[in-house]
Design a binder for this molecule. Structure first.
Ligand code: FES
Length: 360
């Protein structure tokens, strides 16, 4: 279940000047709970100067590495990331939810797969886990990574990638793109956008025979790469992406919520919320808070992290009624069809809604 557990920090390792990786000690009794699939993330909670701060960070360890480790890049003004980079140390205790996320394809040891990833900056974190686990689990499979950074010094996990290249010499290709350093080869200069993705694929990727594409980075890059791959004929279900929160998202969300509020003022719904087998009921105006915030304000202890439609931590199943989701950057189409919603984005659109956090 999605509850927090106390984990001791075993190591804080400087990866670059503004990125650390954090290794956790997982007590034997929690080992099963913290088993993860490549590409998943942990939602972490700490108290900084009396304020509770929650964030989700991707796991960078391979499934068979025997360790649980996430990477945290310091972002300007980021409370958690600044704390993690400057103050966190071995021996500290952090609250963590068990691993979550759908950024992976099922692996099969007998498969000869072909995979390609387009990654920017700290987007390498889940992809490192995916590369390690894929090449280890599928001994015949091949992986191509296009990894974009501003400069050489900012390349996170550069050594780890070199080691992997040495280990899987014939099965792993890594191409670095640098946007603020000159490159002798024009193809590897600049950032990854739609045109760059198309150029890279034309030169180096057999799009038609690629089994899965992974994209991890900021929103604009994801859209550009998705568009390029789609035009090149990649099937939609073969393109997986993991979005990192960016300012664009906040603006889009506010716009969507405003439009929705204007149309539905005056109506309200009865909300029944189920968690850990118990239920609570409350009234919620259509144009009021989202389901998550309304329930939190009433004291419910619900899972959440980003509150921006990105991380999926607040996912629950709508078993009765209708809601409007302001944005959805993390639920798959198939999950939405099965009734799952992001409660941090959901506003009621029927007289009664039942939201069940226990159904997964
Ligand atoms: S809390 Fe992250 S999607 Fe709702």
């Amino acid at each position: 279940m999605r509850h927090f557990h106390s984990l001791r920090v075993a190591e804080v390792k400087k990866e670059t000047s503004d990125c650390v990786s954090i290794k956790f000690d997982v007590p034997a009794e929690a080992a099963e709970l913290f088993k993860f699939t490549q590409g998943q993330y942990l939602t972490l909670r700490i108290d900084i100067n009396g304020e509770e701060v929650r964030r989700s960070y991707s796991i960078c360890s391979g499934v068979n590495d025997g360790e649980l480790r996430v990477a945290v890049k310091e972002v300007e003004g980021g409370k958690f990331s600044t704390y993690a980079n400057r103050s966190l140390k071995a021996g500290d205790v952090i609250e963590a939810m068990p691993p979550m996320g759908n950024f992976f394809v099922k692996l099969d040891a007998s498969k000869k797969g072909d995979y390609t990833a387009f990654v920017a900056g700290s987007g390498i974190t889940p992809v490192l886990s995916i590369i390690k686990t894929t090449l280890e689990t599928e001994p015949e499979s091949e992986f191509t990574l296009f990894y974009s950074n501003r400069n050489f010094g900012g390349i996170i996990f550069r050594e780890a990638l070199e080691d992997l290249k040495d280990r899987y010499m014939n099965r792993l290709r890594v191409f670095h793109l640098l946007s603020r350093e000159t490159s002798e080869v024009a193809l590897f200069a600049g950032r990854i956008d739609e045109a760059k993705c198309t150029a890279l694929c034309n030169a180096l990727v057999d799009v038609e025979h690629t089994d899965a594409f992974y994209i991890c980075g900021p929103e604009l890059m994801i859209h550009g790469v998705k568009d390029s791959l789609q035009k090149a004929g990649a099937a939609k279900e073969k393109v997986l992406f993991e979005l990192f929160t960016s300012p664009v998202l906040g603006a889009l969300q506010q716009k969507a919520e405003k439009a929705s509020e204007a149309r539905y003022s005056g109506q309200s719904a009865q909300v029944e919320l189920i968690l850990d087998g118990t239920s609570m009921t409350f009234d919620l105006p259509y144009d009021g808070k989202n389901v998550l915030d309304a329930a939190l304000a009433l004291g419910a202890d619900l899972p959440f992290a980003c509150k921006g439609g990105v991380c999926c931590t607040c996912r629950a199943k709508l078993t009765e009624g209708e809601v409007h989701m302001a944005v959805n950057y993390s639920l798959e189409e198939e999950e939405v069809e099965r009734g799952f919603i992001l409660t941090c984005q959901s506003h009621p659109r029927s007289g009664k809604i039942v939201v069940d956090f226990d159904q997964q």
